[in-house]
Design a protein around this ligand. Structure first.
Ligand code: CP
Ligand code: NVA
Length: 301
């Protein structure tokens, strides 16, 4: 019997499975509008408890291009927002729809949704991980460089304890590249996560050393969704952990500067550096569409 596939985290994927997904992306990117529609006749729901531009639009468009009808459910508009348990929501939707894409706070909620709904479920960002983003970033690096990420050096700058670097940690451990996380001590990933992942992960407060000879400089917002109350403190604590032109000069010549977006100019990245690398950064945003179609195709076939 075929087991149902979900994409709940990169922690749950092997390197081989990541490669199976990544290998499908060019077919969707190069044959947009001409590929198969494996979701024809299906209805998928997006259930979002947090804001989104890229993830929402790329999934809505991508699922339609795969043949599905799509419902966007703002968690605040459905009974989930009034306290109905996720497992009951899952049991109801699992009887009506064919797949779900969920953006929320607790990782356990997407795990529970997958378990109780019995339908293919995608993590579209939790506090713990952002797996669709990092698969897209790896595709974008390899597309732009024409080389595998294996053996390369990715330097993450900023809040090293949030969802985006956590997914980078699992990708590095499974795909065999070096990840350096430059962040103040209090914003470095938990030791337990690093132990569990293994791989070649270096955490340091020394930003200049972390950037030296890197193939990629990567950043994310200093204040993730749900952390707004800590906003002022975070801006102070992270003020030294910004990508600017001086930092780019430390990296390998031709290094890529990447950002998952949204970007806050003058905070985690300067205006000048963001604009100098806008081709890569907005290609990365576009690739969400193609990569997520490959993810869903891999899940349902
Ligand atoms: N990068 C990303 O997930 O963007 P959104 O929050 O706009 O979806
Ligand atoms: N770490 C950010 C990612 C946004 C795409 C957040 O969780 O808000």
């Amino acid at each position: 019997m075929r087991t149902m596939k979900h994409l709940l985290s990169l922690e749950a994927l092997s390197g081989t499975e990541m490669r199976e997904i990544l290998n499908r992306v060019p077919a969707f990117k190069n044959h947009r509008g001409r590929h198969d529609r494996p979701l024809a006749g299906q209805t998928w729901a997006l259930i979002f408890s947090k804001s989104s531009t890229r993830t929402r639009v790329s999934f809505e468009v991508g699922l339609r291009e795969l043949g599905a009808e799509v419902l966007f459910l703002n968690a605040g508009d459905i009974q989930l927002g009034r306290g109905e348990p996720i497992r009951d929501t899952a049991r109801v939707l699992g009887r009506m729809i064919h797949g779900a894409v969920i953006r929320t706070f607790a990782q356990q909620d997407v795990e529970d949704f997958a378990r109780f709904s019995g339908i293919p479920t995608v993590n579209a960002l939790t506090d713990a991980e952002h797996p669709c983003q990092i698969l897209t970033d790896i595709f974008t690096f390899e597309e732009q460089r024409g080389q595998s990420i294996e053996g390369k050096v990715v330097t993450f700058v900023g809040d090293g304890a949030c969802n985006v670097p956590a997914s980078w940690i699992w990708a590095a451990a499974r795909l065999g590249f070096e990840l350096r996380i430059a962040a103040p001590k209090a914003y470095q990933p938990e030791a337990e996560l690093l132990r569990r992942a293994g791989g070649s992960i270096v955490c340091t407060e020394d930003l200049d050393a972390a950037a030296t000879d890197a193939d990629v400089l990567y950043t994310d917002v200093w204040v993730s969704m749900g952390k707004e109350a800590e906003g002022a403190q975070r801006l102070k604590d992270l003020a030294g952990y910004r990508i600017n032109e001086a930092l780019v000069r430390r990296a390998k010549p031709g290094a890529l500067v990447m950002h998952c977006l949204p970007a806050y100019r003058g905070k985690e990245i300067t205006e000048e550096t963001l604009e100098a690398h806008a081709d890569t950064i907005f290609r990365e945003a576009e690739n969400r569409l193609h990569t997520q179609k490959a993810i869903v195709d891999w899940m349902v076939r």
